[in-house]
Write a protein that binds this ligand. Structure first.
Ligand SMILES: [Zn+2]
Length: 356
């Protein structure tokens, strides 16, 4: 168990001591059995390793989102999701390497988004791996101001895309045309220097012909707003899992890790534009961000499971430590995570509430 500075239990691989009570005589009395719901998240592997960072970023951004959303007069119901994200996994229980807690499942939570993304990849990857010549397509529209975002996304992009699929459905059923299938996700970036938004679709398709049809039809649809061919992109998929991960970004890049590779080498540290994030999330509400078309996915039912555990420990998230600390002894931290000074600086100084 980590105390104060030094290596955390994950790095030392001693998480299996979690939940064991210590007494002065070294005796470990049996705890009252606790009902743990779900399968728990393995803290020793996968994306759970950077959860402290994700939790820290989400808490800070969510609190700022509340401020800007209140200023804009957003409804109480809408603002509630930001609070939910702020409180996500605030208190957790661990037992046998695994973490149990209440997940907010909101779109701004980077912990819940990482889980959702992993689930979607598990769902779609086996299907995409059977595709003969998968291609990655990006469909864009000209940059717009915030007030047009909702209408563009709903009336033009989502509906427009559906109409393209529908146009090809009947001829393909009659055997006279190409059947379009693939996986599409809606994403939006903010350009702080121009204060404009770039909503776009990422689409993973089984072959080049499908991708070319999508681009051709997209340009016809968007003729009146002058969508340019050069702004659309198609390329062969090199690695299906990586490109699927690229397809399923979940909303807005500003909520992804500001330490991501693409920022490396740039002189200026990235900023988090909270008001712009709120505009994007507000426009995306009640819209499906990731959707498949032209193929069926076998349904998998989630089992509601629970088990009794006597070997467990309670933790609460502490922003100073950027980690969960033990209820029994706050000098015990769960993951031993260290926030980099760069990210600490971004979260302290590079949050902008005005640009949008
Ligand atoms: Zn969450």
């Amino acid at each position: 168990m980590r105390t104060g500075a030094g290596k955390g239990p994950i790095e030392k691989g001693i998480l299996d001591t979690l939940g064991q009570n210590r007494t002065k005589g070294g005796q470990k009395p049996e705890k009252r059995a606790l009902d743990l719901r779900g399968t728990g998240s393995d803290l020793l592997k996968g994306n759970a390793l950077d959860w402290p960072k994700r939790k820290q970023m989400t808490s800070i951004v969510a609190l700022n989102l509340v401020t800007v959303a209140e200023k804009k007069g957003r409804s109480e119901r809408y603002i509630k999701q930001y609070w939910k994200a702020y409180h996500c996994l605030e208190e957790v229980t661990t037992s046998d390497h695994k973490l149990y807690g209440i997940y907010c499942k909101t779109r701004i939570c980077t912990v819940c988004n990482a889980i959702r993304k992993a689930e979607l990849i598990t769902k779609y990857l086996p299907i995409a791996k059977t595709w003969p010549d998968p291609h990655f397509v990006t469909l864009t529209v000209p940059a717009i101001k915030a007030d047009k975002l909702n209408r563009y996304m709903q009336d033009l992009m989502i509906r427009g895309f559906k109409e393209i699929i529908e146009k090809y459905r009947k001829p393909s059923e009659r055997g006279t045309g190409k059947k379009l299938m693939g996986l599409r996700s809606l994403e939006c970036c903010f350009n702080p220097s121009k204060q404009t938004y770039n909503p776009h679709f990422h689409v993973l398709v089984p072959d080049k012909e499908t991708g070319e049809i999508l681009i051709k039809e997209w340009l016809i649809k968007w003729r009146r707003v002058k969508a340019k061919r050069a702004a659309q992109d198609i390329r062969p998929v090199e690695e299906t899992e990586r490109d699927m991960s690229e397809t399923i970004k979940y909303g807005t890049k500003m909520l992804t890790d500001p330490e991501a590779k693409k920022f490396k080498g740039k002189k200026r540290d990235p900023f988090i534009y909270v008001s712009a994030i709120d505009n994007i999330l507000y426009s995306m509400r009640r819209k499906r961000l990731v959707e498949h078309f032209g193929f069926k996915v076998p349904k998998c039912t989630k089992l509601r499971i629970s088990h009794k555990a006597t070997n467990y420990e309670y933790w609460k998230f502490n922003k100073e430590n950027c980690d969960w600390v033990s209820f029994e002894d706050e000098s015990n931290v769960l993951c031993g995570y260290r926030l980099s000074s760069k990210l600490r600086g971004i979260l302290a100084n590079n949050i902008n509430l005005d640009l949008q």
